[in-house]
Design a protein around this ligand. Sequence first.
Ligand code: SF4
Ligand code: SF4
Length: 380
Amino acid sequence: MSERFFISETDLRGLTADLLDGGTEVIAPVATDICQSPSAVAATACTLDGSKVEIDYRQLTSADDLDLSRGLPQLSLKEFFLPEHEPLCRWRQKGTTVQVFEVPTEFAPRVVLAAKPCDAAALAVVDKVMNWDYEDELWNGRRAATTVINLACQVIDDSCFCTAVGAAPDDVKGADGLLTPVEGGYVYEPATDKGRALVEDFAARFSADVPADTIGGQADDERAAARARVADNLEIDADSVRDWIEANFEDPLLTHLAMRCNGCGACTGVCPTCHCFDIVDEQEGVGHGTRRRLWDTCQAPTFTLHASGHNPRDTQHVRYRQRINHKFSIYPLRFGEVLCTGCGRCTRVCHAGQDLVEILEAIDIAARRPRDAEPAEAAS
Ligand code: SF4
Ligand code: SF4
C-alpha cells in the first residue's frame, strides 16, 4: 500500500451517511447496552451495576451508531457471508416431476466499515475452501459485492494472537483498505480497486494532504506497538506445529489438552474461520419445501454419527483434537495456511477454560523439544 489519504472523524461519519443515503448497506461495529435490551436472555447477562456494553457488527441504520472506539465485536463477520441458516433452493414436486427454484447468487453492493483485521483475514482464508472442490456461489456472490475496510486495532487483550498465525493488527489481508486512527481522524490506505473506488466516489471526504507527522510517525508507531503487543501473547513456529500434529496425532498431549472441553460448540460458532454446515430439506407443505444450509459444529457428537449408529469421533476429547488438527495441520497441508486468524474469540467464549494460546504454546514446545535436544545429544 503506497497511497495514503486523510479522512477526518467528521468526514468518516459523513461518508457513512453518504453511503446509507445512496442506498448502500453498511455493516460496522455498533455498541449496545444489553441492560437496556427488552430481551430476557440479554437481561440475564446484565451486570449488577446495571450497565454492560457489548459490541457487534450490525447493519447500520444511522451513521450515529458507528462505534470505532472499542475492541473485538463478540461475533465475527462470518454471518454476513455465510448466514447461520439460508435457503439453497426451493422445490416443488408433483408426481414424479420435481421443479427446483434457484436462489439469487448476486447481491447489491455493500460496505463493511471498521472490520477487525483478523475478521477480514478470515474471509481470505475461508475463500480457499469455498473455491476448492466446488465454487460456493452464495459465498462468492457476497464476497464480490462487499467492500471491506479494516480499522487497525488499538484495543488488544491477552487472547489476541494474530501475529503468531501470519496476520497482524494492521493487516489488509481479505480487505480492500485500511484505516489507521491518528489525531483528528484516520489515515486511509486503499489496498484494492474496490478500496480505491471509495476514494474516487467520495473524493470530497478524503484529502491527499496527509498530516506530515502521521507518515513514518504516529500511525506507523502505533501500528508497530500493536504488533509487538500481540506478539508478546504468543510466538510459535506454525510449520513445526503443523508437522508435529500430523506426526503425533495419537500423542497423549493432544488428549490432555482437550480434556476440559465439554462440547458446547460455542467456540465454533464465534470462530470467523469455522465454516462447516449441514444441509436439510424442510417440507413446508404437501409437495413443496426448502433446501437449507445451517451452521454445524464438529464439537457435537452427531456431527460424525453414521446412520449405522457408529461414530468415528465418539468422545469429546477426540472431537476437540479434530478441531485443532483441522485448523493447524489438515488445512495448512491442503491450502498452505492455518484455519485460524488468532482473534482469540474461542478462548474468550469458552466457559470450560480451553485456552488456544496455552494449547498452541504447549504443542509448539513439544514440536521444538526434539530439535532443541539434537545439539545437546550431538555434543555428548
Ligand atoms: S472448547 Fe470450550 S467453547 Fe469449545 S466446545 Fe469445548 S467447552 Fe465449548
Ligand atoms: S480458532 Fe479461535 S482464535 Fe482462531 S480464528 Fe477461530 S475463534 Fe479465532
